[in-house]
Design a protein around this ligand. Sequence first.
Ligand code: G3P
Ligand code: MG
Length: 435
Amino acid sequence: MRAFRPRTVIGRAASARIQRPHPLPTPSSPVQAASSLRQRGASHLWPSLSCASGPCRSYSIDRRPPKPPPFAFAFDIDGVLLHVAKPIPGATQALQYLQKHNIPFILLTNGGGKHETERVADLSSRLGVPLTTDNFVQSHTPFRELVHGSLGDIDIDVKGLKDKNILVTGSDASKCRRIAEQYGFRHVITPADILAAHPDVWPFEPLMKEVYAATARPLPDSNPKIDAIFVFNDPRDWALDIQIILDLLQSKEGVLGTYSPKNGRADLEGHGWQADGQPPLYFSNPDLLWSAAYHLPRFGQGAFQAALAGVWHEVTGGKAPLKRTVIGKPHARTYAFAERVLNAHRAAVLGKDEKEIHPLRNVYMVGDNPASDIRGANEYESPLGTKWTSVLVRTGVWDPERGGEPAYEPKAIVGDVRGAVAWALEREGWDARWM
Ligand code: G3P
Ligand code: MG
């Protein structure tokens, strides 16, 4: 196997000063100033004099509006900007620098469980940087497109779920319900609702009895038809959620409490599993591991997905792989969604219509997880021809001591987010020594 050498490896952090790529010479006279500017093909700069305090000095004022930088950034959150609640050193400076120089960026996380407005407010206060939902994408944000239609331009077998019954679960399912309702879904059911209506659905003492009792709502009817199942973020009660989700995947047309006669029929394709109008299953985040406060990475939603798929394998005798839709990094659906958000934000920042500005040449995806951030950026093919360039930081999931070479090769490995921004600015011809 070819020895792994990422194109660029930069030390833990860099400190520096920023200058436009056209540092001005100090001319001896306005005429000389003007001529040297002409030589530099910068005749549009206008020499002028200031003699207020001491000997005359001439300098030039660039009267054209600054050209939008042809590049932008996408920042992962956990392991790049924050460890759960604690900002990672350099994160604030990096974002402040980009805002000061009108270099667009988005925050692109596989995290979730709070509505975007709430999460952005929390992030702004922790990082001390004003942020908006205009340039913010969480794992479940793209699900809102399923309220009225399919997810982006990628065909999905369900059109418009606004008036359909959907099951939602996550770390705090009732909170996920509120997020789904804020997205526009009108009939949102949680495992707690089903447990309250049918206590025998779970033959053991429920783990989060008080939470379920406090958050359960009556079902629309005793055995509702569920039209889609969403895992919004990392569930807490894996056992109950796996039971209820797999009950629905074995049901007849998604009707709670039923069992499809097609299940296990060898004469049918896939032995008849998930072949009787059962609800589609959506996962928002495939991360097996993520970088939390603990010094070792922790299991994420991907581990829950693996556990559920493992039980499904046992239930079906391995005769039918679990049909599911997974979004979140590294999946193209999420990068396509993020790119649309980034371009709309960039146009807004520039006060222009997207069509009026050149597409981005480069987006630097700064992440800590090779399997999601790096792989996603490496494999994403932008319909606009924008190149997504992956930059891996050492402040999160990936640690060479523990995991050796990253499973997906980044364009560069850097110490932290500030190093990542400095590396990209340098590459774009910006003198990043201010970083
Ligand atoms: O649960 C969140 C985790 O999977 C990773 O989040 O911000 O590193 O994409 P992030
Ligand atoms: Mg991360």
